[in-house]
Design a protein around this ligand. Structure first.
Ligand code: RIB
Length: 291
């Protein structure tokens, strides 16, 4: 069950407030915290916390933050020995405001821009060994296209989480195994209605929609897999935990419908605490709840 995440890792700076500031407004926040993030690293940690064998391909700056987020992944039993330290650029960071049961995120990509085709080519042996590859769009798009082509040729499954969203080439969409936009991302990536997109790509486009659950087409009809009703504290990383869990569950041999249900549950745990990776559940925590 080998998962390889090709993606971003960053340090998240969280400010918790009662509401979002208006343009030009200064507000007092209620709390502040820092924790490891980046969609790639979050997805890797989500899968690793569930017990998957995860290798991370990505880059950090040659700085203390880079050291810390690499150590954090390694502490979660993720293989980090292929992570490259890049001189002269900082590790990626994200400024996050949490309020009104939602968040606003501004990312400075820094060393995540160094996850180039050339970097992946140096690590093709890692990719070749993967059962499932997970990617997002916080690294250069050429890299995502290159990895997708490679995996397609080798018959390796790919989950593409198209975030932050941009319009994508048809060929890329055709070649990935699963693509997991949220509602807003679906509109940007496909420039079409949800119904049309889901119908066109049965069992491939899996649209997450927060408290409204997940929609996909099962080959016969569009189905909604409802979300769990929980007390939402911070939604940061919920989508990432969904993607990591989806990879884990599919590789464990579950049908897509079961894997989506399981991943919804993982995401519902993640929103119940502040932070992305820190709030993600371990497998035994989920099992204890089922008892
Ligand atoms: O998806 C949540 C993540 O988006 C945060 O951890 C932040 O780093 C940004 O990449």
């Amino acid at each position: 069950m080998k998962i390889v995440v090709v993606g971003s890792c960053s340090q998240d700076y969280f400010t918790i407030g009662d509401r979002f500031p208006k343009k030009g407004e200064t507000l007092f926040g209620k709390d502040f915290s820092m924790s490891p993030g980046g969609k790639g690293s979050n997805q890797a940690v989500a899968a690793a916390k569930l017990g998957a064998d995860v290798t991370f391909l990505g880059c950090v700056g040659n700085d203390d933050i880079g050291e810390a987020i690499t150590k954090n992944m390694s502490d979660h039993s993720i293989k980090t020995n292929y992570i490259e330290k890049i001189d002269g650029v900082p590790t990626g960071i994200a400024t996050i405001i949490v309020a009104e049961e939602d968040n606003i995120i501004v990312i400075v990509k820094g060393a995540n821009n160094a996850v180039t085709v050339n970097y992946v080519q140096k690590n093709l042996n890692v990719l070749e060994d993967a059962d499932m590859v997970i990617m997002q769009l916080e690294i250069p798009l050429e890299t995502v296209e290159f990895v997708t082509d490679y995996c397609y040729e080798k018959g390796i499954s790919v989950i593409l989480n198209p975030a932050p969203a941009i319009e994508l080439k048809q060929e890329l969409i055709e070649k990935v195994t699963y693509i997991t936009p949220n509602e807003t991302e679906l509109e940007i990536v496909f420039n079409d209605t949800m119904e049309n997109v889901l119908q066109k790509y049965p069992n491939k486009v899996i649209m997450t929609n927060g408290s409204l659950g997940v929609n996909y087409h099962n080959g016969k009809e569009i189905v909604n897999v409802p979300s769990y009703k929980v007390n939402v504290v911070d939604t940061t990383g919920a989508g990432d935990s969904f993607n990591g869990a989806l990879a884990y569950s599919l590789l464990a041999g579950n049908k897509l419908s079961e894997a989506i249900r399981f991943s919804n549950k993982v995401a519902s745990k993640t929103v119940q605490d502040v932070g992305a990776q820190t709030a993600m559940p371990k497998l035994d925590e989920l099992e204890q709840e089922d008892e």
